[in-house]
Design a protein around this ligand. Sequence first.
Ligand SMILES: [Zn+2]
Length: 162
Amino acid sequence: MDKFRDRRQEKLPQTELHDPYLKQRLSGPAKCPECGAFCQAGRWSWQAIPANGHIDDVKCPACRRIADQAPAGTVTLSGDFISTHQDEILSLVRNTEAREKSEHALERIMQCSSSPDGLVVTTTGVHLATRIGHALDAAYKGHTEYQYSDSDAHVRVNWLRN
Ligand SMILES: [Zn+2]
C-alpha cells in the first residue's frame, strides 16, 4: 500500500506518464539518425553531439510520431477570416514552431493542410499545439477551445474566427 501511495505522489508531468512515445528508456546517450537531435539522461535537445564516447542511433519520439503519422496535437482553424489571411496565419504558425522547437527538440509541426473549414495543423508535441492556440488568440482574438485526451497525451485545439 505504501509503495503505491509513494508512486502516486511522484510529481511527473502527466504527459510523460501517459505518452507512449516518451516512455522509451535509453541506456546511454543517443542521437536521432533522422533529425540529429541528441539525447542525454532521457532528454532530447539540439545540443552538439560529443565527438567521443559511444552514442547509439535511436529515432527520437518526434521522428517516430512523424513516421507513424501519430500527432500529439491537432490544431483546427476555421472561419471566414482564414481564407483572407491564410499567408499571415501560416507564418504566425511557423514562427511559433521555430521558437518552440529551438528550445524543445521534440515540439515540431508535422503537417499544415487545408480543410473544408480552413486549416489543420498537426504537431509532435502537446505544448506546441497549445502555443499555436495562444499565439492565434493573442494575434487575432477569435474563439479558442482546448480539449485534452483523458491521458493528457493528446490535445485538440479548435480556433474559430469569422
Ligand atoms: Zn528525430
